[in-house]
Write a protein that binds this ligand. Structure first.
Ligand SMILES: Cc1ncc(COP(=O)(O)O)c(C=O)c1O
Length: 267
């Protein structure tokens, strides 16, 4: 038996899929049965980084796996990165007391690996007084951006995409293109990064045309896994930072990049 721990993200970065409460319970159930069978606790770690950023009202509210944890196997790992600011470098773990939690506390103290006390104090003040309003505001913004981006993806890239996930939590869509590659050597990537070598597409050196930056799918899949082939045609797109008109423009450039890639497929 080589399963010692289970680590999973409640919201996949990059797939942007959200684990259902049913599957969450199932996983705890599997770990519980396995622990009983081998006579040893098999911990399950849930990554909750995006849990507060589920902004799609159609998604069922997430239920903590701690509620189904008979044996004390579940640990939840959270972060203030997504709801306050990444630079705070504050994360936390919730779980049953015992050797693992004690070791984590000891290790964190030994290594001095934590945010400065003043930063923790500021974060605590913000959490106590402002975080609920902040989360509502952020989610309302993401909800609107996700809906608009989805419309543009469907309208502009409908015949280019074989599917996409995301837009329900956080700020990503994960796209799968039907027949066009997206990795760094691809025509599609070179068009959008303005590195085709053609001045009419790239713009003059020193004054390049605007670029569309995305994370190629090949970096989002396990290089030894079964998604390698699909990953070559996938990409993660963020709607977190740019404003709506800019995102619309970016999707239009992606349509142009797809036309270019079909015209000059060989790389
Ligand atoms: C799924 C997921 N979990 C956890 C994190 C961790 O965030 P941080 O290290 O900033 O706390 C991230 C950050 O991008 C993430 O995408």
């Amino acid at each position: 038996m080589d399963i010692e721990t289970v680590m999973l993200s409640e919201y996949g970065n990059a797939s942007s899929n959200i684990i259902s409460n049913h599957r969450r319970r199932k996983l705890v159930d599997i770990a519980t049965r396995l622990s009983r069978r081998i006579g040893r606790k098999v911990p399950v770690f849930f990554d909750k980084a995006y849990e507060n950023l589920i902004h799609d009202p159609a998604v069922e509210p997430p239920q903590s796996a701690l509620l189904d944890d008979e044996l004390g196997l579940v640990y939840e790992i959270g972060t203030l990165s997504k709801i306050l600011a990444p630079a705070l470098r504050i994360g936390y773990m919730i779980g049953p007391g015992g050797p693992l939690l004690a070791a984590m506390v000891q290790k964190t103290s030994d290594a001095g690996f934590s945010a400065p006390l003043i930063t923790q104090e500021i974060a605590s003040y913000l959490l106590d007084r402002h975080v609920a309003g902040q989360i509502d505001k952020v989610n309302a913004g993401y909800r609107e951006k996700a809906a608009a981006t989805r419309r543009w993806l469907d309208a502009e890239l409908g015949d280019v995409l074989s599917g996409y996930t995301g837009g329900s939590a956080g700020f990503y869509f994960y796209l799968t293109l039907a027949d066009i590659e997206t990795h760094e050597r691809s025509a599609f990537f070179r068009f959008l990064s303005r590195t085709t070598g053609q001045p009419d597409i790239d713009g003059p050196s020193g004054d390049k045309q605007p670029r569309v930056l995305y994370i190629p799918g090949e970096f989002c899949v396990d290089p030894q896994g079964e998604l390698v082939e699909a990953g070559r045609r996938q990409l993660r797109l963020s709607y977190g930072f740019e404003e709506l008109p800019r995102i619309k423009q970016a999707v239009e450039w992606m349509r142009e990049a797809a036309a270019y890639a079909r015209q000059f497929p060989a790389v």
